[in-house]
Design a protein around this ligand. Structure first.
Ligand code: GUN
Length: 288
């Protein structure tokens, strides 16, 4: 079998186009465009690229960006003060603090400080709790985007075996809950899991979010499985690649997401959707 590629770039462009229409309706109705505050502390090169791409997507869609570039020496108290002022700013619908933060700043204190109504990354404990108990709220953008990709190929999770490799708060844990909500039988695998390839070979849906270049090869894949690659890694030649050895896995899987052009653009599209959703909710007209 030769797998088909799920075109995240094209799907993300469609979602941005839908959100552009919603943002312009909001502007016409209220005189106000949705606003996203983006905070970057320090000069991590990967974070600089992610932030640039997020801001470019905002502008394409008609979201106003409020950009705060802070030096790596910024104190935790200064960052918390900035978040407080953005929480109180009525022109700001969403607040994104790019992670990772410098070591002297507590991720937990920073995420806790963001108003849950503006938590477009879906990282606040209130958003996490809402996801866990199946209530509406902001969903973390990467797993939310993966769900949209599964919908785009008509993949019904009901009764399927799903294995998620990785247990981060940003991807692995929320992904697992979202797949459970869609009636999959979910296993979360991680660095201490025994015989990972054998476990993964039971999966109809395999989500790789480990951060190790091309770790998942055909020996991890059940024939006909759908394989989602969340990795943003570098191969031995310094070239961008994912956690999945795509060429090898395509021999066995039915669908695979490419890197680049798969999950990455979808993460940004869902950030845009969450931000437009936040603005509409604040105007009393939620997205769905
Ligand atoms: N760092 C890596 N992924 C993300 C993300 O989705 N949001 C933020 N804020 N930081 C990140």
């Amino acid at each position: 079998m030769t797998a088909r590629l799920i075109d995240g770039k094209a799907l993300a462009a469609r979602i941005r186009a839908e959100m552009k229409a919603k943002a312009s309706e909001l502007l016409a109705r209220t005189g106000r465009a949705p606003g996203l505050a983006v905070i970057l502390v320090g000069e991590n090169p990967a974070s600089q690229v992610y932030v640039r791409n997020k801001i470019r997507a905002c502008h394409e869609v008609g979201i106003r960006s409020i950009e705060k570039y802070l030096p790596a020496t910024t104190s935790e108290a200064e960052l918390l003060d900035l978040i407080k002022s953005l929480n109180e700013n009525p022109g700001v619908d969403g607040i994104l603090v790019q992670l990772p933060l410098p070591g002297h700043i507590s991720n937990i204190k920073v995420i806790d400080a963001i108003s849950p109504e503006k938590d477009v990354d879906g990282f606040h404990v209130e958003s996490a709790g809402r996801l866990l108990v199946g209530r509406e709220g902001f969903r973390p953008c990467t797993p939310f985007g993966i769900c949209a990709m599964l919908d785009s190929i008509g993949f019904d999770c009901t009764g399927k075996r799903a294995v998620v490799i990785g247990r981060s708060n940003i991807v692995g844990k929320p992904m697992s809950i979202m797949l459970l909500e869609r009636n999959a039988t979910v296993t979360i695998a991680h660095s201490r899991t025994k015989d990972l390839p054998a476990l993964c070979r039971e999966a109809d849906l395999l989500v790789a979010a480990v951060g190790r270049a091309k770790m998942v090869d055909a020996s991890y894949v059940k024939p006909g499985a759908v394989v989602i690659d969340v990795g943003m890694d570098r191969d031995e030649n310094g070239k961008l690649c994912g956690d999945v050895d795509t060429a090898s896995v395509m021999e066995k899987a039915s669908w695979v997401t490419p890197v680049p052009g798969g999950v990455g653009p979808m993460t940004i599209a869902m950030l845009i959707q969450n931000t437009v959703g936040a603005a509409l909710r604040r105007e009393g007209k939620p997205l769905n």
